[in-house]
Ligand binder design. Structure first.
Ligand code: FAD
Length: 305
């Protein structure tokens, strides 16, 4: 068996793999694609100490960094289950099972999509899911934020300081964000809010986004607005369905972790976007991947076979 088996090979999983392998213990990283969500983006400007990189460059660097160490990188494998037993755990994969004394869950998350025409076509060309990442790309421009929950309103507050104008679009008849956020939003003169609307398409000129269309759900009337960017903020879904009841999840399906990335089960740790970690970013995910590995090592030395 392995000492540490990391499931997921995004920033959190790669960091966990490197930190575990540096302890000289038997380490494997299993995942369906090295890089994870960073493969879905072009521009990365907030990985501190790397002023600018791209998703594919960062994925190649994660791969190269893991290759510097003695660890088994098992790609193109999907984990389907996790069961305790014997001295450790069994991780069930598409092609067979692996045993390990400790497991680090780093399966990340995916943004919930609107599923309207134009969303896929203009993804990274005006359609984005991350205000922290892409806000500065729209400096001085008009943008829309879709979703009026806490993330949508936080995104609007964040963007209002950078862009020329923000329109918040909410499907329900009122915004669902916390009162304190709504009060702050109400004080801004470059933000409009439209409620009771269903976005029907994201429109563009073939190269970038130029606007979006929506239906007023009360009158049924069609409208469109001119924007250069659309921030979709309707939820982040953790990739934890496969865990079933193996560890405690919160109401949003995130793996509940403590400050050492320990889950509800001793010997199982978790890091990155699949967890309750606040602020889902590359740098925070790498940090928690490192924490999870150090905590796993601590667990192993206290529970010698
Ligand atoms: P992920 O990157 O999601 O990696 C998890 C990996 O596990 C994936 O490869 C996934 O396919 C795999 N996996 C899932 N389930 C299983 C399973 N059952 N078995 C095996 N493998 C599995 N953050 C920034 O800091 N700066 C940015 O500029 C930035 N831009 C972004 C742009 C886009 C378009 C997106 C989508 C995200 C962006 N982010 C950015 C957020 C950042 O990418 C994430 O916070 C970060 O990748 C999370 O790392 P992770 O390792 O926790 O998860």
């Amino acid at each position: 068996p392995y000492d540490v088996l990391v499931v997921g090979a995004g920033p959190a999983g790669a960091a966990a793999g490197v930190y575990a392998a540096r302890k000289g213990i038997r380490t494997a990283v299993v995942g369906d694609r090295v890089g994870g969500q960073v493969l879905d983006t072009d521009t990365i400007d907030n990985l501190v100490s790397v002023p600018h990189t791209t998703g594919s460059e960062l994925a190649a660097s994660l791969n190269a960094h893991m290759a510097d160490y003695e660890l088994d990188l098992i790609e193109h494998q999907h984990a389907t289950g996790l069961t305790p037993g014997g001295d450790g755990f069994t991780v069930h994969l598409t092609d067979g099972n692996l045993r390990s004394r400790a497991v680090i869950l780093a399966t990340g998350a995916r943004w919930r999509h609107l599923g309207v025409p134009g969303e896929e076509e203009y993804r990274t060309r005006g359609v984005t899911y991350c205000p922290h990442c892409d806000g500065p790309l729209f400096r001085g421009k008009r943008v829309a934020v879709i979703g009026g929950g806490n993330s949508g309103v936080e995104a609007a507050l964040d963007l209002a300081g950078v862009v020329e104008h923000v329109t918040v679009i909410e499907f329900l008849d009122e915004l669902k964000a916390d009162e304190v956020l709504l009060t702050a939003l109400g004080k801004l003169d470059n933000v409009d809010v439209i409620t009771g609307t269903a976005t029907t398409s994201i429109d563009g000129d073939g190269t970038t986004v130029t606007g979006l269309s929506y239906t007023d759900r009360t009158s049924g009337q069609e409208h469109s607005i001119d924007v250069s960017g659309v921030f979709v903020q309707i939820g982040l879904l953790p990739n934890t369905e496969w865990l079933s009841e193996a560890v405690e999840l919160n109401g949003r399906g995130e793996v509940v972790i403590d400050e050492r990335c320990r889950t509800s089960v001793p010997g199982i740790f978790a890091a990155g976007d699949c967890t309750t970690q606040a602020y889902k970013q590359i740098i925070t995910s790498m940090g928690s991947g490192a924490t999870a590995s150090l905590a796993a090592f601590d667990h192993l030395i206290r529970n010698q076979a």
